[in-house]
Design a protein around this ligand. Structure first.
Ligand code: ADP
Ligand code: ASP
Ligand code: MG
Length: 412
């Protein structure tokens, strides 16, 4: 039988009623003759609550125990979905990550999937089971401990299953009806895209568009998974939603195809660091070993042998970063005057493969922000994106102004 993967996000399984509604949709696909693998998230809000409990108990927590706690939300929805399907006379069984097993690295709280042996689930399909309900977001490390794949990780579970089982398609059911030119909750003018290129989706996701986890897009691109994002709240046809696909399959293309933002950023500056060969290596090794994910980096020009080093990182990693720097100072590996943390920043980015062949996008972006009186704190660019760090209070304004200026509400 052909295999179809269907993933339901937190809002799509938020109540028993919604689980029933999702199960009905699964039933429709079963009746078309598919063996279905359903990936479920925790009920919406559940993972945040669990993360909150961990932080309250232990601010610099042991990531193995964080995973033990935050993975639990998906166990509940997987069991409930299997029961709901059984009530509909559809043979279904639930699987936690370790039971499949979803084998991952031991990088707790941000583990990567290494292998999903298909034998166990395939054997059940052969016995007549029609639906395997798998708890998303979780796996098992080589040491035999539960791991999680990073926030939003159920998307990655879904794509990895689609690749491992050579599924005909991976459908991501969520609370919006596709991928938009920007978050429809921030700009009313956001336009739904029928198709988006893997490269663009990859950038948008990594720059904060949480509709798909970045790693899920990477996997879909590598394994050529047919990936679709669609709403679990509307009636669906086979063409519904947004198809994430290869660039060649897209006819229309604006120079800029989307605006992404990330609210939870922080900027840190190490003031007056002794400027010598190896200093950047010393700083960023210490941060990396301290579990800090550094994003943007700027080094100022040096005066009298001393310089300032600025970087951005997720705001919830500030404590870890400060500790890493203090420890390095105590150990004598880095010498600096002070660390300044700015917790009120956000990152706004414009993305588009058209930038490869068009100039002037950066100039236009900076002009738009200047017209709105928004100061830029840090800039980074790549071939198909430009990102700026700005005061968080201007984030929505910046997104809307850029969306207007690049006319993203209109088809090219
Ligand atoms: P789920 O719980 O189903 O995984 P998420 O909350 O993780 O859902 O992702 C869906 C949300 O992503 C939407 O509600 C929307 O606010 C947000 N989002 C951000 N950027 C975009 C975008 N460009 N297109 C669509 N949705 C986006
Ligand atoms: N429940 C997890 C989270 O909220 C994983 C997911 O929903 O994709 O991050
Ligand atoms: Mg999500």
């Amino acid at each position: 039988m052909p295999v179809l993967v269907m993933k339901f996000g937190g809002t799509s399984v938020a109540t028993l009623d919604r689980i029933r509604r999702a199960a009905k949709r699964v039933g429709v696909e079963v009746s078309k003759g598919y063996d279905v693998i359903v990936i479920v998230s925790a009920m919406s809000g559940k993972t945040n609550e669990l993360v909150g409990w961990v932080n309250e108990t232990s601010p610099l927590y042991d990531a193995r125990e964080y995973d033990a706690v935050v993975s639990s939300g998906e166990n509940v929805t997987a069991g409930l979905m299997a029961l709901t399907l059984q009530e509909m006379d559809i043979p279904a069984r639930s699987w936690q990550g370790w039971q499949v097993p979803v084998k991952t690295t031991s990088a707790h709280s941000s583990a990567r999937i290494e292998e999903i042996p298909s034998a166990n689930i395939t054997a059940k399909f052969a016995e007549g089971m029609k639906v395997a309900v798998v708890a998303g977001f979780q796996g098992v490390s080589p040491e035999g401990r539960i791991t999680t794949l990073g926030r939003g990780g159920s998307d990655t579970t879904a794509v990895a299953f689609a690749a491992a089982f050579e599924a005909v398609r991976c459908d991501i059911y969520t609370d919006v009806d596709g991928v938009y030119t920007t978050d429809p909750r921030v700009s009313a003018k956001a336009r739904k895209l029928d198709k988006i290129a893997f490269e663009e989706m990859l950038e948008l996701a990594s720059l904060g568009a949480k509709v798909l986890q970045t790693r899920s897009v990477e996997l879909a691109m590598r394994y050529k998974v047919k990936l679709r994002v669609l709403s679990s709240f509307e009636e669906q046809s086979d063409e519904a939603g947004t198809l994430v696909c290869a660039e060649e399959e897209i006819m229309e293309s604006n120079v800029v195809s989307g605006v992404a933002f990330s609210r939870d950023e922080a900027k840190m500056t190490l003031v007056s660091v002794a400027d010598r060969p190896g200093i950047a290596a010393a700083i960023f090794t210490a941060l990396s070993e301290g579990g800090v994910n550094v994003d943007m980096i700027v080094q100022n020009i040096s005066e009298e042998g001393r310089t300032d080093m600025t970087w951005s990182c997720p705001v919830d990693q500030i404590k870890r970063a400060e500790k890493a720097m203090d420890d390095a100072k105590t150990a004598g590996t880095i010498n600096f005057n002070e660390v300044i943390a700015d917790m009120d920043v956000a990152k706004v980015s414009v993305v588009g493969i058209g930038m490869r062949s068009h100039t002037g996008v950066a100039a236009k972006m900076f002009q738009v922000l200047s017209n709105e009186g928004i100061n830029i704190k840090v800039i980074t660019t790549s071939e198909i994106k430009i990102s700026v760090l700005i005061d968080r209070k201007y984030m929505e304004l910046a997104v809307q102004a850029l969306h207007d200026a690049f006319e993203l509400d209109k088809v090219a």
